[in-house]
Design a protein around this ligand. Structure first.
Ligand SMILES: NC(=O)c1ccc[n+]([C@@H]2O[C@H](COP(=O)([O-])OP(=O)(O)OC[C@H]3O[C@@H](n4cnc5c(N)ncnc54)[C@H](O)[C@@H]3O)[C@@H](O)[C@H]2O)c1
Length: 325
């Protein structure tokens, strides 16, 4: 099985690459080649199969990013929420034209590869009390969400035409993100766990009762791998899936943090940020996600396990990274 990861140098791209390298298989089939594509050449995991790193712009996708014979493309390359809101042209170019370029390349290959695309809860709007059913219409309240929703439609139509075989996952906010804060409006949901575990103060721009739909990196990777090999005949024209995340609150997250690291939440400082609050308060905090469960997407673990997994998987590397200037 030949696999490409666009955005292969990013948070989830690296985790998928590491998982494939560790197991050597995807959906029970042997991985024979992996291509990692990003703006700069992504780091390569140690693997028993050949790994190529390719640098470029997804909006001008080089052919080597999706070589002939590719069976599965993970299309993760994106400009994230707050950045896409701050820079309209950049967001549109990467998130929309980048997806067009993926369609063009797959169409040129003529082999109908599986394309796993990461959309977002940000493609919906709703207030803090909403639980969204699977058939909810997407009415995005920000440019990032609009670009993701548009890309979903383009990929669904390309699937109908037989250019590619898309599965889109509308990911919840993935916590706990390792490394440094990023330009996602949701960055603080990870920061309020990660920074205190590093002994550092961090700002909380919303109230403690703020509710959010989240998933762990372990669960996100598991879902993305399932999307790569699932039988798509049951999807029909609707290629987009709300995966079964969990709804939690800031207070619950901080309580779980203190259970694992007593007193750690004292590093969280209440500092209101109206711009960030305006973006995230439009994201629905809960989804029914029953279609995903019926399609075999795995159930989510409790919040305490999410923080424990960060400590096991990423805390040491994050500490080392943060100590490097
Ligand atoms: N992490 C989350 O909480 C979350 C939630 C919902 C959806 N998503 C989506 O999941 C995907 C992966 O998320 P992530 O957290 O790994 O993001 P990330 O920012 O860590 O990775 C995205 C990668 O895309 C690359 N990229 C940006 N512009 C590019 C361009 N012009 N050409 C080539 N590469 C480019 C970046 O360099 C980066 O490595 C993204 O599509 C994101 O929108 C993430």
């Amino acid at each position: 099985m030949r696999i490409s990861i666009l955005g292969g140098g990013g948070f989830l791209g690296r985790k998928i690459a590491r998982n494939l390298a560790t197991h050597g298989t995807l959906g029970g089939k042997t991985v024979t080649a992996l291509t990692l594509f990003d703006m700069t050449e992504p780091p390569q995991p140690d693997a028993a199969f050949p790994v190529a790193s390719v640098a470029g712009d997804v909006a001008h996708l080089p052919d080597q990013a999706i070589p002939a014979g590719t069976d599965v493309v993970f299309h993760l390359a994106a400009v994230v929420s707050a950045q896409a809101e701050a820079d309209y042209d950049l967001g549109r170019r990467v998130n929309l034209r980048g997806t067009d370029a993926v369609v063009d390349r797959c169409r040129a290959l003529g082999t109908n590869p599986r394309v796993v695309f990461t959309s977002s809860v940000a493609s919906f709007s709703g207030d803090q009390s909403t639980t969204l059913p699977d058939n909810t219409r997407q009415i995005p309240g920000n440019s990032y969400g609009a670009q993701k929703a548009a890309a979903e439609l383009i990929l669904a139509d390309a699937s109908r035409r037989g250019f590619l075989d898309a599965v889109t996952l509308r990911l919840p906010t993935v916590i706990v993100r390792p490394g440094r804060p990023n330009k996602a409006a949701s960055s603080f949901f990870s920061a309020i766990v990660r920074e205190p575990l590093l002994g550092l103060d961090t700002d909380l721009p919303v109230g403690d009762d703020f509710a959010v739909w989240v998933c762990s990196p372990r669960r996100a990777v598991d879902w993305l791998l399932h999307a790569a090999t699932m039988d798509t005949s049951a999807l029909g024209l609707d290629r987009s899936i709300d995966p079964p995340g969990i709804s939690t609150t800031v207070a619950h997250l901080l309580q779980a943090l203190d259970t694992l690291a007593p007193g750690a939440s004292s590093h969280v400082k209440r500092v209101k940020d109206d711009a960030i609050a305006a973006i995230v308060s439009g994201w629905p905090p809960a989804f029914e996600a029953s279609r995903a469960r019926a399609l075999g997407f795995s159930a989510h673990e409790p919040v305490l396990d999410v923080i424990r997994a960060f400590v096991e998987d990423d805390l040491a590397a994050t500490r080392a990274d943060r100590e490097t200037p």
